[in-house]
Design a protein around this ligand. Structure first.
Ligand SMILES: NC(=O)c1ccc[n+]([C@@H]2O[C@H](COP(=O)([O-])OP(=O)(O)OC[C@H]3O[C@@H](n4cnc5c(N)ncnc54)[C@H](OP(=O)(O)O)[C@@H]3O)[C@@H](O)[C@H]2O)c1
Length: 430
């Protein structure tokens, strides 16, 4: 049978787009042999036609007109690697509405407009694939959607932002403060000049929304995700965590809580024996708990042109094969489940609390009573120091966030509590 060529219209040729072009060229024969189709980038949209690009593509393949590529009847698949919400959203919707499959690596697009894109793809009967949008080079979306489709995922804990993981790793291994670790991350190119999308947790929240949507057949957007970044984490917090046998990580957490979806991003103390604790520097990992499969962990490079490009090419192969040999991707054909997004006050978590207290008999009992009255049970408590500067340190059992916040409010009002020294969340303990 004659080899079939799938013609790709690529929107964007930056870090990821140019890596995709190079790998498709370098691995062309392997891909054609494995996939039974030959993938060819036929046209490319960029902003600046004059920019030098290290890609094996003809100069006349380039244009600044993304719409012309989407509308070109010779283009079989649209590959969106522009980044940002617009014009990516408009172009992707235009392609899908016209019956062209879309592959994207754009987490922002999927976390804001994933539902709209899925609906349009479904209505047109074409594929929408975005493996690269979460954790770059780590296969995650396809395992969740296909390999685990017969199981029930109950919980995901992810280190899905390499910049913050690099910063926290440096803080814990060198005893640095946040500013010093951030400066080093910027010097090495791990962090942007404006690092807020990473350090404030927005990037992780977008990925959390995408993963939760897939794992729980729900419609979760970035606006549903509770978010707290790492800018408030001090070297003292990290040292405290280490002393107690924990490592500090920024986690994206998506879980089913009595049928509701709970989604949140925040720093958390992870027990040093937990598999996520060993994920260092800019690496990513997602730890999954499922009813039957049990515990799984996916680990690897969450960013970078080549790793991310590998995920993109995997999607292109599948979509290309469907075009040539028939078939459709699995994407919630049976519709989405009606799931409530649980507000953070109703979520459940474990907490670490360090209080400076007045050193007199009865203070511990008084404080324990406040915990108990608000339904928060204490797993461990110990006292450190003596005299004026006595500290009480608590780790709670899993408790309701609202109950814990009420406990905290009451404790702050007690004259016996001099200061709340630190409050950290604990994950992966129970
Ligand atoms: N980089 C990573 O490690 C990584 C990892 C996972 C996912 N992703 C995602 O992959 C996507 C691409 O990322 P990237 O790092 O490759 O971005 P990038 O290096 O900034 O490249 C963006 C490309 O899009 C082009 N572009 C932007 N706006 C355009 C417009 N309005 N019209 C035409 N062309 C336009 C740019 O043209 P010029 O070249 O002319 O400026 C550039 O070629 C993003 O959604 C990103 O979140 C990236």
């Amino acid at each position: 049978m004659a080899e079939r060529v799938v013609r790709i219209g690529m929107l964007g040729c930056g870090t990821v787009g140019s890596a995709v072009a190079r790998t498709l060229h370098e691995h062309a024969d392997d891909i054609a042999r494995r996939a039974g189709v030959r993938l060819a980038i036929a046209r490319v949209a960029v902003r600046d036609l004059g920019r030098e690009r290290d890609v094996p593509l003809a100069r006349d393949a380039f244009t600044t007109d993304g719409v012309a590529i989407v509308d070109d009847p010779e283009i079989d698949v649209v590959l969106e690697l522009l980044g940002g919400l617009e014009p990516a959203r408009t172009l992707a919707l235009r392609a899908l509405s016209a019956g062209k499959p879309v592959v994207s690596g754009n987490k922002e697009l999927l976390a804001h407009a994933g539902g709209e894109l899925e609906d349009t793809a479904h209505a047109s009967g074409v594929d929408l694939a975005y493996e690269a949008a979460v954790a770059g080079g780590i296969p995650l979306i396809r395992p969740l959607r296909e390999s685990l489709a017969g199981d029930r995922v109950t919980r995901m804990l992810g280190i899905v932002n390499g910049t913050t993981n690099y910063i926290l790793t440096q803080m814990s291994e060198h005893g640095w403060g946040f500013d010093q670790a951030l400066a080093e991350a910027q010097r090495l190119g791990y962090a942007e000049a404006d690092p807020s999308a990473d350090v404030e947790g927005f990037d992780a929240a977008a990925k959390c929304a995408i993963l939760a949507s897939i794992a729980f057949d729900a419609r979760v957007t970035i606006d549903d995700v509770f978010r707290e970044g790492i800018t408030g984490i001090t070297s003292a917090d990290i040292a405290d965590a280490a002393r107690l046998g924990y490592v500090m990580k920024l986690l994206a957490i998506a879980e089913l809580d009595d049928g509701d979806v709970s989604v949140r991003v925040h720093p958390a103390m992870v027990p040093s024996a937990h598999p996520l604790a060993s994920v260092r520097d800019a690496y990513n990992a997602v730890f999954i708990e499922a009813d039957k499969a049990g515990r799984l962990m996916f680990y690897g490079r969450g960013a970078g042109g080549d790793p991310t490009g590998t995920s993109v090419i995997g999607d292109l192969i599948r979509v290309g094969r469907h075009l040539v040999y028939g078939g459709r991707m699995q994407s919630g054909e049976g519709g989405t489940a009606e799931r409530r997004i649980r507000p953070i006050a109703e979520a459940h978590g474990q907490y670490y609390l360090n209080l400076h207290v007045e050193d007199r008999p009865g203070v511990l009992a008084e404080i324990a009573e406040v915990f108990g009255r608000n339904g928060v049970s204490i797993e461990r408590v110990w006292q450190e120091g003596a005299g004026e500067e006595a500290s009480l340190v608590f780790i709670t059992h899993r408790a309701n966030e609202g109950g814990f916040q009420a406990t905290l409010r009451e404790l702050r009002e007690r004259s016996s509590v001099r200061a709340v020294v630190s409050l950290l969340r604990v994950e992966g303990d129970e």
